[in-house]
Write a protein that binds this ligand. Structure first.
Ligand code: NAP
Length: 251
C-alpha cells in the first residue's frame, strides 16, 4: 500500500538503521519530507541519499534521544524545514546487556531506560505542541512484543517497552479531541542490526521458531503498519498498541 503524505513533514528517530530506516524510506516514497534523526550524521546522510535516489525529500538532524534539548531542537529543525511537523516516530532504542534482574548493573538499567523510555517522553514533550500547532497529526512509539510479555535477562528493556505503552495511552487521551493521535507498535523479533550484531546465527534460528510463522520479521513489515497508523487511513485509531509479531503472542 502506498500512502499519500504529500505536503507533510515527519520526524523519525533511530532512522539510520533497521526499522527506523525502513519507516523513513516508506515515508519518503509516499511524499513526506522526512527528518532522519540518529546518533551518527554520516549514517543518516546515507538514508537521505537513498530517499533522494527514489525521488523523495529528506534531511538530517543528528541527535541523541536521551538529550531533551536535542529533541526540542529536532522538532524546531523539522518546523524550519517543513513549515510544520505532522508526524513523528519515536523509534530509537537499544537492547542493553543480557543479565538477570538480580544482577543487572544499575548504570546499564539507567542507560536503557534513558534511551528507550525517557527518550520517547523527551520526543513527545516537543512533538505534541508542534502537532497541535499544525492543526493535528500522528505519533507512533516503537514498543515491542516485550511491551506485553516478559523476557529473561532484559529487565530494563521490558520495563521501558511496557512503560511507553502507558505514556502512549495517556497522551492519546489528553489530545484525542485536538486531532493528535498517539499509538504504539509492538514488533516481535525483526531482522535488523540490533539482532544480527548481538546474536549468533544459532540464536537467531532458535528465535525464529518461537514465532508461529517460523521466521523473524522484516523491517518493511513493521514500516507498513507504522505508516498506516501515521496516515489518515487510521483516523479513528488512537491510544492503542498494535502487534506485528508473526503470531508470537498468540499461544
Ligand atoms: P537498530 O537497527 O539498532 O536501529 C536503531 C537505531 O537507533 C540505530 O541507528 C542506533 O544507532 C540508534 N540509536 C541508538 N541509541 C540512540 C540514541 N540514544 N539516540 C538516537 N538514536 C539512537 O535497531 P532496530 O531493530 O531497528 O530497532 C528500532 C526500534 O525497534 C527500537 O526501539 C527497538 O527496541 C525496537 N524493536 C526492535 C525489534 C527487533 O527485533 N529488531 C523488536 C521489537 C522492537 P547506533 O547503531 O549508533 O547505536
Amino acid at each position: 500500500m502506498r500512502f499519500d503524505f504529500e505536503g507533510k513533514t515527519a520526524l523519525v528517530t533511530g532512522a539510520a538503521s533497521g526499522i527506523g530506516r525502513a519507516i523513513a524510506l516508506e515515508l519518503g516514497a509516499s511524499g513526506a519530507l522526512v527528518v532522519i534523526s540518529d546518533l551518527d550524521a554520516e549514517a543518516c546522510r546515507s538514508v537521505v541519499e537513498e530517499i533522494a535516489a527514489n525521488g523523495g525529500n529528506a534531511c538530517v538532524f543528528a541527535a541523541d534521544v536521551s538529550d531533551e534539548d536535542a529533541m526540542r531542537e529536532a522538532v524546531e529543525f523539522a518546523q524550519r524545514k517543513g513549515g510544520d511537523l505532522h508526524m513523528a516516530v519515536n523509534n530509537a532504542g537499544i537492547g542493553g546487556p543480557s543479565v538477570p534482574t538480580g544482577e543487572y548493573p544499575a548504570a546499564d538499567w539507567r542507560r536503557v531506560i534513558d534511551i528507550n523510555l525517557n527518550g520517547v517522553f523527551y520526543g513527545m514533550r516537543w512533538q505534541i505542541p508542534a502537532l497541535l500547532r499544525a492543526g493535528g497529526g500522528s505519533i507512533v512509539n516503537m514498543s515491542s512484543i516485550l511491551g506485553s510479555v516478559g523476557f529473561a535477562k532484559a529487565a530494563p528493556y521490558v520495563a521501558a517497552k511496557h512503560g511507553l505503552l502507558g505514556l502512549t495511552r495517556t497522551a492519546a487521551m489528553e489530545y484525542a479531541q485536538q486531532g493528535v493521535r498517539v499509538n504504539a507498535v509492538g514488533p516481535a523479533f525483526i531482522n535488523t542490526p540490533l539482532l544480527s550484531a548481538n546474536l549468533s546465527p544459532e540464536t537467531l534460528e532458535a528465535l525464529a521458531v518461537m514465532h508461529p510463522m517460523g521466521r523473524i520479521g522484516t523491517p518493511e513489515e513493521v514500516s507498513g503498519l507504522t505508516c498506516f497508523l501515521l496516515s489518515n487511513r487510521a483516523s479513528f485509531i488512537t491510544g492503542s498498541y498494535h502487534l506485528v509479531d508473526g503470531g508470537y503472542t498468540a499461544p
